[in-house]
Design a protein around this ligand. Structure first.
Ligand SMILES: [Ca+2]
Length: 174
């Protein structure tokens, strides 16, 4: 009995102190955000930058996931969020989404890395995707020539990123 109590207390202590990993420490309150009522998602702009993989890890570590945009309505929500932050023109000022063609390099078939779903809704900017130099395999969203849209970008480039939370009853559209 005594041993059981000690073990229980120890487990509670361990779980509360995240000894199994070090979570990314950013408070959601320091991130601009916008809720999409239809899909029950909330999008958060990160306060820092990183390559596609760091963005993926940081969102996951913070209890969220790197963003997906699966409809025209979600795209409008994210665009409103970006415009509220006075986003600067230029692809190097963009934000990572979780879309990538890395798994299907030959066919350039895009999937959302956060969900595994094949992408069926796209919101490419004019003249994109262009896979410049054959190394642009990840999707960013950014402002270019006064239009917000998607661009295929070098996954190793350091960009801002957008995390999302999902409601408990999310319909993915698949
Ligand atoms: Ca491109």
């Amino acid at each position: 009995m005594k041993t059981t109590i000690i073990l229980t207390v120890l487990l509670v202590f361990l779980c509360k102190n995240d000894v199994y990993g070090v979570p990314r420490k950013f408070a959601q309150s320091e991130m601009s955000y916008s809720a999409d009522g239809r899909s029950n998602k909330t999008y958060y702009l990160s306060p820092d930058k990183g390559n596609f993989f760091l963005a993926f890890l940081n969102c996951l570590s913070a209890g969220m996931e790197l963003a997906t945009i699966e409809s025209k309505e979600e795209s409008a929500t994210v665009k409103t969020l970006l415009l509220s932050t006075n986003i600067t023109d230029g692809w190097k000022n963009g934000y990572w989404l979780s879309g990538t063609a890395l798994a299907h390099n030959e066919t350039s078939e895009y999937h959302w890395f956060s969900t595994g779903h094949k992408i069926i809704y796209f919101d490419w900017a004019p003249h994109q995707p262009d896979n410049t130099n054959g190394i642009e395999r990840c999707i960013e969203i950014g402002l270019r020539n006064e239009t917000i849209g998607w661009n295929d970008q070098n996954c190793m480039l350091s960009l801002g990123y957008i995390c999302q939370t999902r409601g408990p009853c999310t319909y993915s559209g698949q």
